[in-house]
Design a binder for this molecule. Structure first.
Ligand code: FAD
Length: 385
């Protein structure tokens, strides 16, 4: 391989550059980044940056030392075998990394609608989070909950509109999500409520009601950023389809991070995980694959969220219908685990109980059975169950 082009200068793109050099790749490396910023980390955007505790979250990496030709403000427009067409002309490659992440979904309507994906989004939004501002957040998922946290702390009058019957329902289910409802104290939380459009001055709900707002933030999820691949001869299905080595259907092309849907042997399923841990760890495997080494990406996925003064952490992968066992009461620090039919751990959710998370993740990795009677006692360490 003589020229590797990495499309997307987010965490997974930069980590792939580092991993390639770390493995001794000495050829040409080009990193295309649609944004004009140096690569930065996204989790701090909805936490430190939105709250004003930090202005930036640049990734600690030395692109010069890595001898990478970093091209900020340049986007890939299309792909054919061996050639990427960019906004500044064509680039030949013999190895290609697709690391274009994901884009926020927006709602219909002509009114101003904020999303939170980029550093620029965070800067635009935070100056509007002033005391007394009426802020409407659409979606009580991970991003919505973190934005609501920041807006409430800034003294805004916050409304959160959620289509499901509980916050976080699509990720952790209605029953567990409902345990976070009391955290919305002081916020007008409207569950089971659908938005029709974002209009000038506020949000129109299905049924006609208008929620007046100075600021509207839409946090209803993202889509893999793969439109630029629409005409390419590459398998796409909920992102870029890859095998367990992160190889796509096009020779010499791998995909990583939020845009990649990889085959997991462990779960017997194709997974696409929009979280930081995947963006930081999958690149080692992608780099190895590009260099012709044998490597498999098959993690126990992990993520966290900081909201309303609580730390939520989740590891694993659960199917709906799996048995849930609770550890601890909703008022305090608690955890929940999803069990397979034969009492193995499929996933763990820990709220302010980091040890349950760490131990649970190891148990999932090891794949052994648990004693469900001990499991319900939050005093018993998970590793002793
Ligand atoms: P991205 O970070 O999206 O990077 C992709 C880059 O590619 C972008 O810079 C994009 O501009 C660029 N690009 C796109 N298309 C093109 C193109 N055609 N040509 C060139 N460049 C292109 N995860 C957690 O686990 N915990 C958290 O607490 C958490 N908090 C988050 C908070 C926020 C506000 C956001 C937005 C995300 C958060 N995440 C969190 C998720 C985590 O940040 C993502 O999973 C991670 O950023 C994915 O990295 P990536 O490199 O795959 O994609």
């Amino acid at each position: 391989v003589e020229h590797v082009v990495v499309v997307g200068a987010g965490l997974s793109g930069v980590r792939t550059v580092e991993a390639l050099r770390g493995r001794g790749y000495a050829g040409r490396l080009t990193l295309l980044g649609q944004e004009r910023h140096r690569p930065y980390d996204r989790p701090p955007l909805s936490k430190a940056v939105l709250k004003g505790d930090a202005d930036t979250s640049f990734i600690d990496t030395d692109l010069e030392r890595l001898q990478v030709d970093f091209r900020p403000g340049v986007a890939a427009k299309s792909l054919r075998a061996g050639v990427v067409e960019t906004t500044e002309g064509e680039l030949d490659y013999d190895g290609l990394v697709i690391a274009t992440g994901a884009d926020p979904i927006r709602l219909p309507g002509d009114g101003p609608q904020h999303v939170l994906r980029t550093l620029d989004d965070a800067h635009e939004l935070r100056v509007m989070l002033v005391p007394g501002a009426r802020v409407t957040v659409i979606g009580a998922g991970w991003i919505g909950a973190e934005v609501a946290t920041a807006a409430r702390r800034a003294g805004c009058a916050v409304t959160v509109i959620e289509a499901a019957q509980a916050p976080l329902a699509s990720a952790i289910g209605t029953e567990l999500g409902a345990r976070t409802i009391p955290w919305y104290d002081g916020i007008d939380l409207r569950l089971g409520t659908m938005v029709e459009s974002v209009d000038e001055g506020g949000v129109r709900l299905v049924g006609g009601e208008f929620v007046e707002s100075h600021v509207v933030v839409t946090g209803i999820g993202v889509r893999p950023a793969v439109e630029w691949l629409a005409d390419a001869d590459i398998d796409l299905h909920n992102g870029v389809v890859t095998d367990e080595h992160l190889r796509t259907s096009l020779p010499g092309v791998v995909a990583v991070g939020d845009c990649a849907a990889w085959w997991s042997r462990r779960w017997g399923a194709r997974l696409r995980v929009e979280h930081w841990d995947t963006a930081i760890n999958a690149p080692e495997v992608a780099a190895a694959t590009l260099m012709g080494e044998e490597a498999v990406y098959d993690p126990v996925p992990y993520f966290w969220s900081e909201q309303f003064g609580h730390m939520l952490q989740y590891a694993g992968h659960h199917a709906s219908g799996e048995r849930i066992v609770h550890r601890g009461e909703p008022e305090g620090k608690w955890a929940a685990v999803w069990l397979t039919a034969d009492d193995r751990l499929a996933a763990v959710l820990a709220v302010d109980r980091p040890r349950d998370l760490v131990q649970g993740r190891r148990i999932i990795e090891a794949g052994h059975r648990l004693d469900t009677e001990r499991l319900v006692d939050p005093q018993v360490a998970l590793r002793d169950c």
